[in-house]
Design a binder for this molecule. Structure first.
Ligand SMILES: [Zn+2]
Length: 186
């Protein structure tokens, strides 16, 4: 028993045996897929099917990449918040996102504060020794000056290491993101 169908590329009539699934049109050479419904039989050009499958695959891949990017961005948003520092006046910032100038200004302010502190401390200590106070009296201001130096130095070190920590986390995030985005072009 043969079926009559038409080539979906050139429209030529084709007679094919009932069990056929794949055929090649003798008129135009198109490779065809024979499809059957309860009421009709028709052909589809196989190359078109391959093209459609390709574009479907591409779409799926885009969606997957998009989902991954969204998840990564969300995770980074949360990780970034963990670096946030709140100041006493209620503002907040992320070390490493401030400009270099803002960072430098902060360190400069700390150093000016320290210099001021040392000047006052040494004046008191010198005054104490010149006025013939017992030698132990000068120890107070000196101890306070030493602890001020320690506080300022450790605050500069901790602020720089927070900056560095944030920057390397951000670099990791950017690298991962770049890797995911580059899969879009494939
Ligand atoms: Zn044909």
């Amino acid at each position: 028993m043969t079926e009559s169908v038409t080539c979906n590329h050139c429209g030529a009539p084709l007679d094919v045996p009932g069990s056929t699934k794949y055929l090649t049109c003798n008129h135009c050479g198109s490779r065809l897929l024979l499809k059957r419904t309860s009421s009709a039989s028709y052909t589809e050009v196989l190359d078109n099917i391959a093209r459609e499958t390709d574009s479907l695959k591409k779409e799926v891949r885009h969606l997957r990449v998009q989902n991954e990017l969204e998840r990564l961005d969300r995770e980074w948003g949360m990780e970034r918040e963990r670096f946030r520092v709140r100041t006493r006046d209620g503002r907040s910032y992320i070390p490493g996102e401030q400009s270099g100038a803002a960072h430098a200004a902060k360190i400069l302010a700390l150093i000016v504060f320290l210099g001021f502190f040392l000047a006052i401390g040494s004046t008191i200590a010198r005054g104490a020794s010149m006025s013939g106070a017992p030698s132990g009296f000068a120890m107070g201001p000196i101890l306070i000056m030493v602890s001020a130096v320690l506080v300022v130095v450790s605050s500069i070190i901790s602020s720089s290491s927070k900056r560095a920590g944030y920057r390397s986390a951000r670099q990791r995030y950017r690298t991962r993101r770049g890797g995911i985005v580059s899969r879009l072009d494939r």
